[in-house]
Design a protein around this ligand. Structure first.
Ligand SMILES: [Zn+2]
Length: 225
């Protein structure tokens, strides 16, 4: 695991802190309890005095973006996220087919938590290159949501894979149909991810195994789809 990477684990979801010089960048922001977990993890690593400069989002689901507006306001950080998930950030996503189950859960959650609508400072598309952390490439991995993306570090041959697949709880699995906006696309995205030169992947719903092991899980899943 690169020393300038910190994983913040919470009950159902994890997110990532990248250190770049004297600044910090987040990939996703977790769900309820995420801000407390972030603070504790930064203190434990001795990074709590460093400024959070930017937030990258893999997609617009509530368990990934919940803390983004508050953290951005608190730290004066920018937010970047995939353009095609704009309706999620704006609390107006439309779900069809089985995905309507996720849509209802999201609708209820956003109202109960009074999730503020927000617009990222920069909207990303496939192939965009960010200078953060020695270079990160936006890799569109649609299906889970229409805009869902990963962030690829060529330097570390590492992919932050969002919810492309999950290894938390029931073992390695593609996100179930009722959580996806397009299942055929989600399966295609698994093969797209594996076409990258990779040594590891980091999913957001993880059993805690190292990135190399997560990549083995993903390769195994790909054989079945
Ligand atoms: Zn999701």
């Amino acid at each position: 695991m690169p020393p300038d990477l910190l994983i913040v684990r919470t009950f159902i979801v994890q997110f990532f802190v990248l250190r770049d010089g004297d600044g910090l960048y987040l990939i996703d922001t977790g769900f309820i309890g995420g801000q407390r977990a972030l603070h504790a993890a930064l203190v434990a690593r001795g990074w709590d005095t460093l400024p959070i400069r930017g937030i990258l989002l893999t997609h617009g689901h509530l368990d990934h973006v919940r803390n983004a507006p508050a953290l951005a306001a608190q730290h004066g950080a920018w937010i970047s996220g995939p353009e095609r998930d704009l309706e999620h950030y704006e609390n107006s996503a439309h779900y069809t087919g089985f995905g309507r189950v996720a849509g209802v859960a999201e609708w209820v959650g956003r109202r109960l938590l009074r999730q503020p609508s927000f617009k990222p400072d920069r909207l990303l598309k496939d192939g965009d290159e960010l200078s953060t952390w020695g270079g990160l490439r936006v890799v569109a991995l649609p299906g889970h949501t229409h805009g869902h993306c990963g962030y690829y570090s060529a330097k570390h041959r590492l992919l932050f894979s969002g919810d492309l697949f999950a290894t938390f709880g029931l073992g390695p699995q593609i996100a179930p149909a009722y959580l996806n906006q397009d299942n055929a696309e989600a399966r295609h995205s698994i093969h797209r991810a594996l076409a990258l030169p990779l040594e590891g992947v980091l999913p957001c719903h993880s059993d805690g195994a190292p990135p190399e092991r997560q990549l083995e899980y993903l390769r195994k899943l790909a054989r079945g789809c």
